[in-house]
Design a protein around this ligand. Structure first.
Ligand code: C5P
Length: 403
């Protein structure tokens, strides 16, 4: 699913190649994209809005001044709510309108009102393509940042031969994939992050928890996504909104967190930020315990699985880099050093979480990076800046490890 979650606005203008656009819609959807169509008046001479709507699974848009259309999704939202606009086929006329900044129908208005990347697949008669005016418009569009795929050489509808045939749907799909491919130092990498506290049930309504807010882990997941990674965030209960562009799995307990982490493997980098409860109640009650009747003399606890150590000690399929966190209230560096060895991680990010540090639940953090090559202390930073720097560092580490 190379285009999973991507939203494409497909503008279809009037040419015989419009019939291939129906196949293009299908190919894009097969790869996980959602496709919304705009048909120009010319396009509707070749294919119907109903055909485009049936194949795309969404209403096709045709009219700038249609009250219903504008109420449903206005032209400004059409120009904004997508990752990419594809114009296929792009006729000589629509290219001229785009180059000249015209806005006299829905398609040209959306193309003028957008700041999204645009890919055009020209299709026209060979002489129209070779005409100085079209070549001038093409140069203008390229200078404006519009990307172009094709046209190909081939037999034309009018029994002529030469450049002007629209690229095949799969060629257009390849151009879309390359335009939307993630970019950045972690492009193509899977980064797995745990975050937040865990809740260990005592009974169906009571639990043992800790003060972790999840802010640092969420910030790391966001920074990894911004660096182009494919990110899975396994999060315990937090009050934070789901980060955009990240696959999130919500869990409650340590054992659920471990199961979700194992399911999300393999990963290139594992970052274990979660404040996992060290112990759980040995046998949680299945019914709510009654205040007077069930008062426990003691709550026997048993140790939870150590998620970081489990993953870091994997014989097969271990992430290339495993990062742990050490939240300490005293002797931060000594404890972190010991943890680096015991847990088998490549890096420990240690911080002071004593009450006076304000780290737990706060927005900033002073961290020490502890690895076998030494210790580095960063100044007091916003948690999002800690995340950004950490991801930058991990990007460099993985690049040097695998070069
Ligand atoms: O041993 P301690 O809890 O201080 O270790 C902290 C590090 O280990 C963190 O990276 C935390 O996410 C991870 N951890 C874990 N599973 C546990 C306990 C800690 O992954 N059960």
């Amino acid at each position: 699913m190379t285009l999973s979650g991507k939203r494409i606005l497909l503008v279809i203008s009037g040419g015989i190649a419009a019939y291939k656009s129906l196949d293009l819609i299908r190919r894009l959807r097969e790869r996980g994209a959602s496709v919304r169509c705009i048909l120009t008046a010319g396009a509707q001479e070749f294919i119907t809005p109903l055909a485009a709507a049936s194949i795309s699974g969404q209403r096709a848009h045709t009219n700038l001044f249609d009250r219903e259309d504008e109420a449903d999704i206005g032209h400004i939202r059409l120009a904004r709510d997508a990752d990419l606009i594809v114009v296929a086929p792009a006729t000589a006329n629509l290219m001229a309108k785009m180059a000249g900044g015209h806005a006299d129908d829905l398609a040209s208005t959306v193309l003028l009102a957008t700041t999204l990347p645009i890919l055009i697949a020209p299709a026209m008669n060979v002489r129209m393509w070779q005409h100085a005016a079209t070549q001038r418009n093409l140069a203008t569009l390229k200078a404006d940042g519009v990307r172009v795929v094709g046209p190909n050489d081939g037999a034309m509808a009018e029994a002529e031969f030469g450049p002007g045939r629209m690229s095949e749907p799969l060629e257009i799909v390849a151009a879309v994939e390359s335009l939307l491919a993630p970019k950045g130092p972690l492009a193509g990498r899977h980064v797995l992050v745990t975050a937040g506290p865990t809740h260990e049930p005592i009974d169906p309504v009571r639990y043992i928890a800790n003060r972790s807010s999840g802010k640092q882990g969420y910030a790391i997941a966001r920074a990894a996504a911004e660096a182009g990674a494919n990110v899975t965030l396994v999060a315990g209960p937090t009050a934070l909104p789901d980060p955009v562009g990240v696959s999130i799995v919500h869990v409650e307990s340590a054992r659920e967190m471990l199961a979700a982490v194992e399911k999300a493997m393999p990963a290139d980098i594992g970052i274990f930020t979660a404040a996992v409860a060290d112990w759980r109640v040995a046998s949680a009650a299945t019914e709510k315990m009654k205040k007077m009747r069930d008062v426990p003399a003691a709550l026997p606890l048993v140790e939870n699985p150590d998620i970081l150590a489990t993953i870091a000690h994997l014989k097969a399929g271990r992430p290339a880099i495993v990062v742990g966190f050490a939240a300490e209230t005293e002797k931060v560096i000594d404890h972190a050093r010991e943890k680096l060895a015991r847990k088998g991680s490549d890096l420990i990010v240690a911080n002071d979480v004593s009450a006076e540090s304000g780290v737990m639940g706060g927005d900033s953090n002073t961290v020490h990076l502890i690895s076998t090559s030494g210790i580095e202390t960063w100044p007091l930073l916003d948690k999002s800046e800690v995340a950004r720097r950490l991801i930058e560092r991990l990007g460099a580490m993985i690049a040097s490890k695998q070069s």
